[in-house]
Design a protein around this ligand. Sequence first.
Ligand SMILES: NC(=O)c1ccc[n+]([C@@H]2O[C@H](COP(=O)([O-])OP(=O)(O)OC[C@H]3O[C@@H](n4cnc5c(N)ncnc54)[C@H](OP(=O)(O)O)[C@@H]3O)[C@@H](O)[C@H]2O)c1
Length: 174
Amino acid sequence: MKLIVAVAKNWAIGYQGDLLFNLPDDMSFFKETTINKVVVMGRKTLLSFPNGRPLKNRVNIILTTDKDFKEEDCIVVNSFNELFEELKKYNEDDIFVIGGGKVYNDLYPYCSEAYITKVDAIVNADTYLHNFDDDKGWLLTYASELHENNGLKFTFNTYKNKDVRNYTSDDVRR
Ligand SMILES: NC(=O)c1ccc[n+]([C@@H]2O[C@H](COP(=O)([O-])OP(=O)(O)OC[C@H]3O[C@@H](n4cnc5c(N)ncnc54)[C@H](OP(=O)(O)O)[C@@H]3O)[C@@H](O)[C@H]2O)c1
């Protein structure tokens, strides 16, 4: 399983239920990377999409504790236990954690790689990602050249997890 995210300089990722930046090149990268794959997200991230609708041409898995929650074209799971059971159906390399803050920060130990778009800006935020640069368990293995959209500079980065937690074995259940 992998993680894909865009962060500000201080690892901020969201404000009042929305993204912090509008970067067309990053959106294209996100789409190319996740198309025809499996995306895992929290209910609040689904709600942040236009009309609260899932992403097209992807298997959308939504985490919520609300047992009555239903949305067309979505697979709804009520716990990590249920999520991990569902994920056994797919190839690990085809699964992407796509947010938001709560889901990223609980699931990153189970991810083998993180695709992190780093934006050279600091903006008002209320949701933050774990700082992968301060985590010795994660190695930066790729950093792109500088890109620029709408006056904002950013790079595409890949981090690898040196010690991936296994979600397919039964001892991770909680
Ligand atoms: N920068 C980026 O790349 C990026 C990407 C995605 C999202 N975001 C931003 O992140 C923010 C949203 O993040 P967030 O932390 O507020 O919410 P979130 O992670 O999207 O969703 C949290 C919700 O997911 C459900 N959930 C999480 N863990 C669960 C578990 N173990 N079992 C069952 N349900 C679980 C719960 O739903 P219930 O309350 O229904 O129980 C919880 O309230 C927004 O600002 C969004 O724009 C940024």
